[in-house]
Design a protein around this ligand. Structure first.
Ligand SMILES: Cc1cc2nc3c(=O)[nH]c(=O)nc-3n(C[C@H](O)[C@H](O)[C@H](O)COP(=O)(O)OP(=O)(O)OC[C@H]3O[C@@H](n4cnc5c(N)ncnc54)[C@H](O)[C@@H]3O)c2cc1C
Ligand SMILES: NC(=O)c1ccc[n+]([C@@H]2O[C@H](COP(=O)([O-])OP(=O)(O)OC[C@H]3O[C@@H](n4cnc5c(N)ncnc54)[C@H](O)[C@@H]3O)[C@@H](O)[C@H]2O)c1
Length: 476
């Protein structure tokens, strides 16, 4: 048996950050990883997906500026894009991340870890041995999620794509069906259409990106249609089958069938907790792990079990998992050293931003960049709010950015405190605008002070000024 101060289950972005903060706090730390250090994000999610999307957006932007439009004469070079994607996925090798772990003095145990009662982890190691790790202070579960697949007749045998295949495929399918209307669905539909697939997007509901402001999903649907994607709403897949070695036949209810070369199910995530020994600590296998603001799993007594990142279901995004990792890793070190905590909202020891100010960019064309609450969410929380909208195309910097710029911005103002609680930008090139909004929301910067944050002319950021003018006009 080996003893460490902290045992971290899962070496994705969250586990890495939590381990690093605990180690920086003076603790002995082991990370257990069953696949690649770096997790889903580095190899099958953020990095390869953005590497697939960037060339598509760069090409579209060049086509929208007179002068460069004439210089762009061909399509994307799919093979070159896939090669560049492979580089960004480090060719699915984790040597670089392992070297970083080594440099921090964190121990790496390769294998599948499971809880085995209080503070104990049993690992089936990659070399076929069984190791027992005992934690003096804490075990942190950072095991992330895997793709959720619906229970459909024929699905198990049809060798469908999940986000893993959609981000790592080495060939461009001729016909690709994408099932779902969330972020993975719209990003991957954008990428593969640009790479040359004929994409059909099958959306069960009536809108894309249902958790964002409605105009964002509408703009993305329009962008996808302009890119040649067949976007269908109110469609449910009833069953499917693959012709051996060949195409997939999708049954859409009624008598309609679709014949595709590949089918991507982008239908959400489930926590990677089914085979984690949760039953040995009184939890149900397969469940999400809700935590308090310091990261402690609420249903386990003794304060030794933490959960961070996707697996606690607070905000399924890399940067939020890393944020939790930093906060919770520091909390574990502080508790171990007997230091006092600051668990007030926005305090050093409390995850707060992952509830009140989650920034997210959807890297489609147009991009969607949002932080904080939508108008509907703010209303549901009982806030007295007003939405302030502005057409981005009227901003000088935007009209220079691409010809006939189309886009929109919305700020959600809390009228009682006169601060912003949410901001959404939709349009080309808005991703890098987002952090200004995040600072305004997290800092609860009074509208009166925002007036003095003067955007440079002529940038797209001038939309800030226009939003404030619109608010002042409508506030009377
Ligand atoms: C296609 C796609 C694109 C995405 N794009 C973005 C994006 O652009 N920006 C963004 O912020 N987010 C994005 N996300 C979400 C992002 O990938 C996740 O939020 C992030 O990976 C969560 O990090 P994590 O460390 O919590 O979990 P993971 O990255 O899932 O890492 C968990 C690790 O734990 C390991 N593990 C699991 N069980 C065990 C076990 N029992 N024993 C040992 N090891 C185990 C796994 O092998 C894995 O390495 C995307 C997701 C998808 C699917
Ligand atoms: N750029 C980014 O930040 C980025 C990119 C990709 C993923 N992510 C994160 O990863 C997570 C997973 O993304 P996702 O798109 O897989 O999940 P999601 O929950 O965002 O979307 C899933 C979609 O599938 C639909 N759906 C569910 N079951 C279905 C079924 N049986 N048939 C048809 N449709 C069905 C849902 O209605 C929903 O619209 C999200 O939390 C997202 O924020 C982030």
């Amino acid at each position: 048996m080996d003893t460490y101060d902290v045992v971290v289950l899962g070496g994705g972005p969250t586990g890495e950050n939590l381990a690093e903060r605990a180690r920086a706090g003076g603790l002995e730390v082991a990370v257990v990883e069953r696949e690649l250090v770096g997790g889903e994000c580095s190899y099958w999610a953020c990095m390869p997906s953005k590497a697939l999307l960037r060339p598509a957006v760069a090409l579209n932007e060049a086509r929208r500026v007179a002068g460069t439009r004439e210089a762009v004469t061909g399509r994307l070079d799919a093979a070159a894009v896939l090669r560049r994607r492979d580089e960004f996925a480090s060719h699915w090798r984790d040597d670089g991340q392992v070297a970083w772990l080594d440099s921090t003095g964190i121990a790496l145990v390769r294998g599948h870890g499971r809880l085995d009662g209080e503070r104990r982890v049993v690992v089936d190691t990659s070399d076929g041995e069984r190791r027992v790790l005992q934690a003096r202070h804490a075990v942190a579960v950072c095991t992330g999620t895997r793709a959720a697949l619906p229970d459909l007749p024929g699905l198990a045998e049809a060798a469908v794509w999940t986000s893993r295949e959609a981000t790592s495929a080495q060939e461009v399918p001729g016909r690709l069906a994408v099932v779902g209307g969330g972020v993975v669905a719209v990003e991957m539909a954008t990428a593969w259409a640009a790479l040359g697939s004929r994409v059909t997007l099958l959306v069960r509901g009536g809108a894309l990106l249902p958790r964002t402001e409605p105009f964002a999903g509408e703009a993305v649907a329009e962008g996808l249609k302009e890119a040649g994607v067949d976007v269908r709403f109110g469609v449910a897949v009833a069953g499917l089958s693959r012709v051996p070695g060949g195409e997939v036949v999708l049954e859409l209810g009624g008598a309609e069938t679709l014949r595709m070369d590949e089918v991507l199910f982008a239908t959400g995530r489930v926590p990677a907790t089914a085979d984690l020994g949760l039953e040995t600590v009184g939890l149900a296998p397969g469940s999400w792990l809700p935590v308090d603001v310091t990261g402690q799993v609420v249903d386990v007594p003794g304060g030794w079990l933490y959960a961070a990142g996707d697996v606690n279901h607070r905000a399924l995004l890399t940067h939020q998992g890393k944020y939790q990792g930093r906060v919770f890793g520091t909390v574990i070190a502080d508790r171990a050293a007997g230091r006092s905590l600051d668990t007030e909202p926005w305090g050093r020891s409390a995850a707060t931003a992952d509830r009140l100010a989650v920034p997210q960019v959807v890297f489609t064309d147009p991009e969607v960049a949002s932080v904080g609450l939508t108008l509907d969410e703010a209303g549901e929380r009982g806030l007295r709010v007003r939405a302030v909208d502005y057409e981005l195309g009227n901003v000088a910097g935007a009209s220079l950015y691409v010809d006939r710029y189309r886009g929109r911005a919305r700020a959600v103002v809390d009228l009682d405190r006169e601060v912003l609680v949410g901001v959404t930008f939709v349009g080309p090139g808005v991703a890098e605008l987002l952090h200004s909004a995040t600072v305004a929301v997290v800092g609860e910067v009074p509208i009166g002070r925002l007036w003095h944050a003067v955007p440079a002319y002529p940038t797209i950021s001038e939309v800030w000024l226009r939003l404030l003018e619109t608010y002042r006009g409508s506030a009377g």
